[in-house]
Design a protein around this ligand. Structure first.
Ligand SMILES: Cc1cc2nc3c(=O)[nH]c(=O)nc-3n(C[C@H](O)[C@H](O)[C@H](O)COP(=O)(O)O)c2cc1C
Length: 183
């Protein structure tokens, strides 16, 4: 399949078939796509925590409720597995560090790149995904041992989507988002 066709077809999935298990072999291929991703100064400021046992998934489902029942994933209970993308402080080149000091200039973009590569690898394996941006950092630390100072920046939900899962959302037209050589 042409790579652009994958971009056109992949969509966030929010309706999963319950009780379908993703083989660990496939989960590791998806993590591999994250591991191979580019990052500023090749700092690789990430750790990927795969959550695939019923006990760990139950905790994760609780950790992505941010209070008063607010969650980015009310559909979370049928998800086959999750991957927590933990953002660490990027160790960049000294000259770059001197310029930006300890502001996290590159790491959030690095995590985004890794997550997108994982989504596309999953899609190529017939596995659907949805990124989840909300989580309770304290619960993440408590449940999964994430060290203080590292951030559970994104959670990737994975599973086999139901046929009724919604289509890809419409994008702004190309003319609106693209220009050549000036704004
Ligand atoms: C950083 C980030 C955080 C997101 N968080 C959530 C979320 O918490 N819950 C959710 O259902 N979708 C979430 N999404 C998915 C977006 O809503 C989705 O990508 C967007 O609406 C475009 O739809 P599509 O992926 O189907 O093309 C997130 C996406 C990104 C990039």
């Amino acid at each position: 399949m042409d790579f652009l066709e994958i971009m056109q077809q992949r969509r966030s999935c929010r309706s999963y078939q319950p009780d379908r298990v993703i083989p660990r072999e496939d989960l590791l291929k998806i993590v591999e796509a994250g591991r191979l991703s580019p990052s500023g100064c090749n700092s690789q400021p990430w750790k990927f925590i795969v959550i695939d046992t019923p006990e760990a998934k139950e905790k994760l489902c609780d950790a992505i409720v941010v209070g008063n029942g607010i969650t980015g994933a009310p559909w979370r209970h049928n998800v086959s597995a999750f991957i927590i993308l933990v953002e660490q402080t990027a160790k960049v080149m000294p000259a770059v560090f001197d310029h930006y000091k300890d502001t996290q200039r590159f790491a959030p973009g690095d995590i985004g790149a890794a997550c997108m590569n994982m989504c596309h690898e999953a899609y190529s394996l017939g596995i659907d995904t949805c990124m989840i941006g909300m989580n309770d950092q304290n619960k993440m630390e408590q449940y999964f041992g994430i060290p203080h100072g590292a951030d559970a920046r994104l959670v990737l939900a994975l599973g086999y989507g139901n046929e009724n899962s919604a289509a890809k959302k419409v994008r702004k037209p190309l003319e609106e988002v693209c220009s050549f050589n000036k704004w």
